[in-house]
Every structure is written in structure tokens, then in C-alpha cells.
Design a protein around this ligand. Structure first.
Ligand SMILES: Cc1ncc(COP(=O)(O)O)c(C=O)c1O
Length: 397
């Protein structure tokens, strides 16, 4: 959609030249350019909540500033935040993490980055189930590894232990799991997750479990963290967590990792020489997010539930479009192959939507799933309704 070229007048390093610019970012830029030109854009692209950060969290941040919590913190985070994370995992998932296994990061993204670059050497293979969050393969490329993708369409994009077993290569060192998934919204059932971890344990393969959308699951699916698995299945596991979606805190850049003490020490080394520590003020806010009232999370979940129900029904009424039931996150990921004209790709479809109906969706190809589009319902029901009308018009044209 938007051409993204890397500096023709700058000798970009080979590793970085190999990385692709983000497809989701391209959609955001396209929407922004249209809005700036005064166009009535329906933006179903965003990967962030349309809610504001809850007031109690903002108040905690203001208080932290007033109290002078404006200095460097230990690289792995303040004691208060480490304690709050450990207690939440003990309370909600029965896990017993120690302080030297917890690290506060600048968003979940940094936790994933730290985990991959501390483990992967050039020549190592990293398994990534399709469709994947755009950042996963790019971090692997940065680390010099090779992404080996797991096809999951046969099971409606839900990963199984059997698929993992079939795709493991002699050089596989790591897998990156993401449930609920961005972009598909699909959730790996807890029993299957456990079977996957058993296959990995048998083969001595490490896992990053990106649990960014942990709290956004819809019944009958239930909240599940890999932290609730028995400790022998967690020896080679790094959980990457985030406050961004759960507490509508994307701009605060705050997340965390949970991994064994040696892995955490290595990650701390990387972070210590890059960003040092997550923002002191965001860390104080995150303590309140975990320890304070959780009713804002329930309110957001209720609103997503309402939108999701409306959206799935409406999408499945569009001729040619098929949308399986995503159990989590705030995305629908319909198959639009039945709506494409002869020779058209899902990117062409997304471009037609943008040009003819000023509606932004994200092409599935960027997530490794040509023929699909991602629709975010982190936007008001009114805008969703308008957006679906527009999608329908383009599909029928
Ligand atoms: C699957 C997934 N993982 C991780 C992240 C990173 O979130 P953050 O770095 O804001 O915590 C995102 C954000 O969009 C995401 O969609």
C-alpha cells in the first residue's frame, strides 16, 4: 500500500536491510495521510485499544512523579513491580516465580526482542506458526536466525502439537507462540498448549509465549497462561507480557518477561546496554494496574464482546467472505478469497477498500496469510457498522 524504502543514501547494515518494515504501520500511515487530507476514513487497522488508560493508573503515575520517582531504576525493574507481577502470576495462575526470573521491559515487544537475541545464533531455526504477528520474523532476522513457518490453515489457524512435531528441523532452537493470536484472534486450547510444550520439552526446544492479549478471551474460551503449566514444562519458557492492551497503556511502553534466572540475566545484559530500564513512571503506573481495581478491564472486555458479536454476524453475511470465530484479542481475520476478482490478491482488495471506500484494513499477506484481511474491532460500534457497510459494497462490486 505504502512504499517503504530504506535509506538509499545510507549504508544500512545487512541485518537491518534484511528486515521488512511493518505492514501494520503501512496501513496506519495510509489512514493518517487520508485523515490529514480531510477524508472521512473508517480505520479498522489499529492494533491498540480505543479506550483511555484507567484513571487510577494515571493517578499513580502522577503521584510517582510528585514523589520523585523520576530516576533510573534497576535494569530488571523496581522491586515493587517485580513483586506485583510475581503475585499476580501466583494468584491467577498458581505459578511461583522468583525475583531473578522477572524483568520489566519497555513493552512486550522488548521482552520478545530480549528473549530472541539472547538465544539465537546465526544458523539457528525459529519456528513461527502462521499467521504471525509481523514483528516475530523480523526479530529473528535481526538475530541472524532463520524463520521456519508452521502452516495452520488446515485447523482454522489453531496450532496443534502435531503441526509443531512435523515442522521441527534439526536446527530448531526456539518457537514463538502467541495465543490469543494477533492477527487471527484464535486461541490454542490449554490441553493442546500443554501437548505442544511436551513436544518441545522432549526435543529441548525453547519457547517464547507472547501473552499480550492474555485477558481478552471470550467464553467458552478461558484465560490461560503458560505460567500455569508444571515447572518441568517451563524450564525453557519465556513469557512475554504486556500492559499495553489489558490496561489500554500502549503509549506507556511497559511490559515484562518471566524466564529462568540464567535467561533473565542474559536479557538483563542486553537491556542494560540498550534501554537500561523501562520508564520509572510507567513502572509505578503498572504496579497500580496490577494491584488496583480491575473493573476497567472487565468494562473493556464487555465492550469488545458486544462489538465482536455484532461484527462476526455482520461479516458472515457478506457474500463470499468467511470468518471463523476468533476466541480472543480484538481482531477478526476473515478469508476474502471468495470476494476477489480474477487475479486479485488480498492486498489488492485492501487497496480497493482504501481507495474506493476510504476504509483501512490490514492485508493478511503481511502476517503470512494471503487471501485474508485483519479487521480490528478496537473502534466504536458505530464506526464498525459503517466500515462493514463499506466492505460489503467493495465485496459486491
Ligand atoms: C502479538 C503482539 N505481541 C506483542 C505486542 C507488543 O506490545 P507492546 O510492546 O506494546 O507491549 C503486540 C502489539 O501490537 C502484539 O500484537
Amino acid at each position: 500500500m505504502v512504499a517503504t524504502t530504506l535509506g538509499a543514501n545510507f549504508p544500512v547494515s545487512e541485518r537491518v536491510a534484511e528486515m521488512k518494515a511493518s505492514a501494520t504501520l503501512a496501513a496506519m500511515q495510509a489512514a493518517e495521510a487520508m485523515r490529514a487530507a480531510g477524508v472521512d476514513v473508517v480505520d479498522l487497522g489499529p492494533g491498540e485499544p480505543d479506550f483511555d488508560t484507567p484513571q487510577n493508573i494515571k493517578d499513580a503515575a502522577a503521584e510517582a512523579m510528585r514523589a520523585g520517582k523520576t530516576k533510573y531504576t534497576p535494569t530488571a525493574g523496581t522491586r515493587e513491580l517485580q513483586k506485583a507481577i510475581i503475585e499476580m502470576y501466583a494468584r491467577d495462575f498458581g505459578a511461583n516465580y522468583e525475583r531473578n526470573e522477572v524483568m520489566a521491559t519497555s513493552g512486550g515487544k522488548q521482552a520478545i526482542f530480549n528473549a530472541v537475541v539472547t538465544l539465537i545464533n546465526p544458523g539457528d531455526d525459529v519456528l513461527i506458526p502462521k499467521p504471525y504477528w509481523v514483528t516475530f520474523p523480523e526479530i529473528v532476522t535481526f538475530a541472524g536466525g532463520r524463520s521456519v513457518f508452521i502452516e495452520t490453515e488446515e485447523n482454522g489457524f489453531v496450532l496443534t502439537a502435531d503441526m509443531v512435531r512435523r515442522t521441527i528441523t534439526p536446527k530448531t532452537k526456539l518457537i514463538i507462540l502467541n495465543s490469543p493470536s494477533n492477527p487471527s484472534g484464535r486461541v490454542i486450547p490449554p490441553n493442546e498448549f500443554r501437548s505442544i510444550m511436551e513436544v518441545l520439552a522432549e526435543r529441548g526446544i525453547y519457547a517464547v509465549s507472547d501473552e499480550c492479549y492474555l485477558r481478552f478471551v471470550y467464553p467458552p474460551a478461558t484465560v490461560f497462561s503458560a505460567a500455569s503449566l508444571p515447572s518441568e514444562l517451563r524450564k525453557r519458557l519465556c513469557i512475554a507480557g504486556s500492559f499495553s492492551k489489558t490496561y489500554a497503556m500502549t503509549g506507556w511502553r511497559i511490559g515484562y518477561s518471566l524466564a529462568n534466572a540464567d535467561w533473565t540475566r542474559a536479557m538483563s545484559k542486553v537491556q542494560g546496554h540498550s534501554t537500561s530500564n523501562a520508564t520509572s513512571i510507567s513502572q509505578a503506573a503498572a504496579v497500580e494496574a496490577l494491584n488496583g481495581a480491575q473493573d476497567s478491564v472487565a468494562t473493556m472486555l464487555a465492550e469488545y464482546t458486544r462489538r465482536r458479536e455484532w461484527l462476526l454476524n455482520a461479516l458472515n453475511e457478506i457474500p463470499g467472505l468467511k470468518c471463523p470465530q476468533p476466541e480472543g484479542a480484538f481482531y477478526a481475520f476473515p478469508d476474502v478469497r471468495g470476494c476477489l476478482k480474477q487475479g486479485e490478491t488480498s492486498d489488492d482488495f485492501a487497496t480497493r477498500l482504501l481507495e474506493e471506500e476510504q476504509t483501512v484494513v490490514t492485508d493478511g499477506a503481511g502476517f503470512g496469510a494471503e487471501g485474508f484481511i485483519r479487521i480490528s474491532y478496537a473502534t466504536s460500534l458505530d464506526r464498525l457498522k459503517e466500515g462493514v457497510e463499506r466492505i460489503k459494497r467493495v465485496a459486491e462490486r
